[in-house]
Design a protein around this ligand. Structure first.
Ligand code: LLP
Length: 424
């Protein structure tokens, strides 16, 4: 459910007609709906509520990578969410949005020494350690400060998440976590170290999962591991089950609901007696945003359909070029007529294609359109390729809206460059 709908024939975000945002801010522009973010946060939270109370109340740590915009983080902070961060930059954003340090978990396979130090400086709640080497380094830094870093060990369960190979993270050949068969020995070694309070396990097998079965399989493996670790005398109080729940990008896609997911988790983790953490990203932000774009022109095709050339490009929304991902394309003022088109951006490579042979609303030069489900992994993956600037972001709240990220002009990016003396 989202709050982008036609009213009097014009696509609105909540109560704001999208043409008024295009007029005020220009295109392309990402538009987020506060009400949609809040609804998704609430549905997800309610689905997990039965999993524990008091000190076992689940921590929902929004995956900042999916949408790091400060205003988006603020909405979720107000919903009681913490943050899952994977860099010093994301950590700084989560704190700037007012997220409590103890509600921040730091994931990522390549945290630098400076980033580990920053996490300790800021007193974050948990480090998700991805290797023996990282665990030793964190322990050493913390011990030198005379403190203990709270940490869990991320394991790689070797489960096929049945998603796009580039966003699958839980197979043996993926770089993430410690192989499950080595987890007991790595845990034993790290648990001994001064400076580390190793208190549990983390897992994340992939993103845009449309089926609960791989998660269930992975969680069962975690359950066995937790039991084994306890038998070996370790105290296990925390398990982080990661993110990954998919969203519908196109008609007919039917991902499990947060309620289905919550019920599966309840069954899979029965008797674990731990505090659970979740790291949802896409399921919260995906359908809460659209990329608003203007048709530059419609060009006749060769022997195929016409090219609808829009002013957004693969540098603004990389997912179609990178993963062959589908984003619905809809006219802001649809006439009811349809067309079959290749929808492309202005960038000088064929990969700058949003859709091929797409049956879509008829659009003409100068008209506005949107790519739907662009609230997650959209603006955050933008680049300035072809010396295009960074796209602006807007948040809508009822009948008002605000620019929540300025457009960064190509000239501002150039201003950070210089020609050295030896070339002049
Ligand atoms: N936790 C960890 C450790 C992760 O690596 C990720 C996503 C998440 C949580 C959040 O997963 P989500 O709930 O959003 O599925 N750029 C790609 C997605 C990459 C996901 C990377 N990790 C895309 O556009 O599809």
């Amino acid at each position: 459910m989202d709050h982008f709908a036609l009213k009097n024939g014009i696509l609105h975000a909540e109560d704001v007609p999208l043409p008024s945002i295009a007029d005020a801010v220009g295109t392309p522009v990402y538009v987020y709906s506060r009400a949609t973010l809040e609804r998704h946060a609430k549905v997800f939270r309610e689905a997990l509520e039965p999993l524990g109370t008091g000190d076992k109340k689940p921590l929902i740590a929004f995956a900042v990578k999916s949408n790091p915009n400060l205003a988006v983080l603020k909405v979720l902070q107000r919903q009681g969410f913490g943050a899952d961060v994977v860099s010093g930059g994301e950590l700084t954003r989560a704190l700037a949005a007012g997220m409590a340090p103890e509600d921040i978990v730091f994931s990522g396979v390549g945290k630098t020494r400076a980033e580990l130090e920053l996490g300790l400086d800021k007193n974050i709640g948990q480090f998700n350690i991805e290797s023996t080497e990282e665990g030793r380094e964190l322990a050493e830094i913390a011990a030198a400060r005379g403190i203990e870093a709270c940490a869990v060990l991320r394991v790689n369960p070797d489960v096929d998440a049945k998603t796009h190979e580039k966003i699958s993270t839980g197979k043996a050949e993926n770089k993430f976590g410690v192989p499950l068969m080595r987890a007991r020995e790595v845990f034993a070694e790290l648990a001994e170290l001064d400076g580390l309070n190793l208190r549990g396990i983390a897992i994340h097998i992939g993103s845009q999962l449309l089926d609960l079965e791989p998660l269930e399989t992975a969680f069962a493996k975690v359950g066995e591991l937790v039991a084994d670790l306890r038998k070996a005398g370790h105290s296990i109080t925390h398990v982080d089950l990661g993110g990954g729940l998919g969203v519908p990008y196109k008609a007919g896609e039917n991902p499990p609901s947060p309620a289905d997911y919550g019920a599966m988790v309840a069954a899979a983790t029965k008797g674990w007696d731990v505090r659970l953490t979740f790291e949802p990203g896409r399921v919260i932000a995906g359908n809460a945003g659209v990329l608003l774009t203007r048709v530059v022109r419609v060009k006749r095709g060769g022997n195929g359909p016409p090219f609808v050339i829009v002013d957004a490009a693969m540098n603004d929304l990389a997912r179609p070029a990178l993963y062959g991902a589908w984003h619905d394309f809809e006219a802001v003022e649809p006439t009811g007529e349809r067309m079959t088109a290749n929808i492309v951006g202005p960038i000088c490579e064929t990969g700058d294609t949003f859709a091929k042979d797409r049956d879509c609303d008829s659009v003409a030069s100068g008209e506005l359109a949107v790519f739907r489900t662009a609230g997650a992994y959209g603006a955050t993956m933008a680049s300035s390729y072809n010396s295009r600037g960074f796209v602006a972001e807007v948040m809508v709240d009822g009948d008002q809206f605000a620019v929540v990220a300025d457009r960064i002009a190509a000239s501002a990016i150039m201003d950070a460059e210089r020609v050295p003396d030896f070339l002049t």
